[in-house]
Design a binder for this molecule. Structure first.
Ligand code: IPM
Ligand code: MN
Length: 353
């Protein structure tokens, strides 16, 4: 099979983690006789430095022409500490989500048996956790009207949703639940927010189309608590953009390291795959960061976009084996044992594929 993949490495550790994911994909391609064409394009601070904006049209064209996008991370501290910066790397991410129509952000959280004691949560609470968030990604307060009034002394952001926007993400959530344990939880704040009441009403009306799916309606504050108390009670959770942003960071600690969880964003045009962690600029160029979240994102890409199930499983299996054998970067190394470099983890994975 021929695979056309756009590579958007971005900032910080982005180029290094993408390089390791490419090595792993190439090893898989050799083993299964696939041909992968990669096209690199600029994004984030790297694109601001080169052409003055974080998601240039040329990058959008590369993404539109590809079968899938593999994305690293964006963001640099020089922008975080400058609230007056006119262009910011993160604007590139939002523009990319909007222009590619990536309304469904899929963020799984699962545990690795060999790492369960790495989690800050007790083993008995997290064992068996296997949940997935469907975060709406192109609406809500991220894209609603915002501004200042009263000479800058009042600021507002609008959490706004249409029934169409809720319906299309809810559909993905119901379908995901059908493929899994058939349990869906809508996370909202319907006791206070009108937009949440639209979400609830819309999802309630869709229940009859998926009679096998058991639907629960839970308030976001309660879910924030239950996620760390009983994460293994959840299967599929669907929620609006900002709630999903916050809860998926919370959920990511369950696995034991930010460096482990993959994600996918899907919608109207090309699907995009990326690790859930950020650009970790302190580690850039040091060959120490954990490449597994990006490598597992590549596995999701092979499975979801290209339907290459065996290939994806091979990657997951070899990743599990590396964890069991302690071939891990410093974030996961146990005290007194060796922390491998990122590229050494990559070498080991490639050799074992
Ligand atoms: C994420 C990030 C982004 C978001 C930022 C960088 C704009 O936190 O992908 O979760 O808030 O969506
Ligand atoms: Mn976030």
């Amino acid at each position: 099979m021929k695979l056309n993949i756009a590579l958007l490495a971005g900032d910080g550790i982005g180029p290094e983690i993408i390089a390791q994911a490419v090595r792993v994909c190439d090893a898989i391609a050799t083993k299964y006789n696939h041909e992968i064409n990669y096209t690199e394009a600029l994004t984030g601070a790297a694109a601001i430095d080169a052409v003055g904006e974080p998601y240039p049209d040329s990058t959008h064209e590369v993404c539109m022409a590809a079968d899938a996008v593999l994305f690293g991370a964006i963001g640099l501290p020089k922008y975080d500490n400058d609230p007056s910066a006119k262009v910011r790397p993160e604007q590139g991410l939002l523009k990319m989500r909007q222009k590619l129509g990536l309304f469904a952000n899929v963020r799984p959280t699962f545990t690795f048996p060999s790492l369960i004691d790495k989690s800050p949560l007790k083993r008995e609470r997290i064992e068996g956790t296997d949940l997935v968030f469907l975060r709406e990604l192109t609406g809500g307060a991220y894209f609603g009207e915002r501004g200042r009034k009263d000479n800058g002394n009042t600021a507002y952001d609008t959490m706004i949703y249409t029934r169409m926007e809720v319906t299309r993400i809810a559909k993905v959530a119901f379908e995901t639940a059908m493929q899994r344990r058939k349990r869906l939880c809508l996370v909202d704040k319907a006791n206070v927010l009108e937009s949440s009441r639209l979400w609830r009403e819309t999802v309630q009306a869709m229940e009859k189309d998926y009679p096998e799916v058991e639907v629960a309606y839970e308030l976001v504050d309660a879910v924030a608590m239950r996620l760390v108390q009983w994460p293994n009670q959840y299967d599929v959770l669907v929620t609006e953009n900002l709630f999903g942003d916050i809860l998926t960071d919370e959920a990511s600690v369950i696995a034991g390291s930010m460096g482990l969880m993959p994600s996918a964003s899907k919608g109207e045009h090309t699907d995009l795959y990326e690790p859930i962690h950020g650009s970790y600029p302190q580690a850039a160029g040091k060959d120490i960061a954990n490449p597994l979240a990006t490598i597992l994102s590549a596995a999701m890409m092979l499975e979801d976009t290209f339907k290459l199930k065996d290939e994806a499983k091979d990657i997951r299996d070899v990743v599990n084996k590396s964890l069991e054998e302690g071939i891990v970067t410093e974030d996961l190394a146990v005290k007194g044992s060796k922390a491998y470099k990122m590229s050494e983890v990559g070498d080991w994975l490639v050799a074992n594929i």
